[in-house]
Write a protein of this length. Structure first.
Length: 113
């Protein structure tokens, strides 16, 4: 009987640790969304941690050097993300991210790493 009880406790401990490890924080969820937002990842243009990146540099037909830069999104809150995605729709693909998803992305962008 004692052995049975111990086995049960062990199982319970195992189950809770396994179960809890399947949870991710809001920031981790935001990082996943940033890299795979149901379309091309924001990181492909804005850099791995969202601190900005040059996407392309070329010389235009009229001989003018052109740089296409995806700016840093560090510390953007969800409203700024939403507005920016819409405003820059010439470059930024159309995503259908919910407010909650944008909040998670902003958690990832605001941790300074
Ligand atoms: C194909 C490249 C590309 C991808 C992918 C992309 N962006 Fe952008 N984004 C840009 C460029 C380029 C600009 C700047 C446009 C300009 O200067 O006119 C920009 C601008 C923005 C801005 C406005 C920045 C400001 O300073 O106001 C926000 C916000 C933004 N992007 C968010 C996102 C998010 C969030 C994602 C992913 C869900 C994403 N972008 C994916 C290229 C991209």
């Amino acid at each position: 009987m004692i052995m049975f009880k111990n086995a049960l406790i062990l199982q319970l401990i195992l189950a809770t640790t396994l179960f809890s490890s399947s949870f991710i924080t809001d920031r981790e969820y935001g990082e996943r969304l940033f890299k795979d937002p149901r379309g091309i990842g924001c990181n492909k243009c804005h850099g791995e941690n969202g601190s900005g990146k040059i996407i392309s540099e070329y010389v235009s037909d009229s001989g003018k050097p052109v740089t296409i830069f995806a700016p840093s999104l560090k510390f953007f809150n969800w409203q700024k993300l939403k507005k920016g995605i819409k405003k820059h729709s010439y470059f930024v693909p159309k995503y259908f991210l919910t407010k909650e998803e944008l909040i998670s992305i902003s958690r990832f962008l605001e941790d300074g790493k």
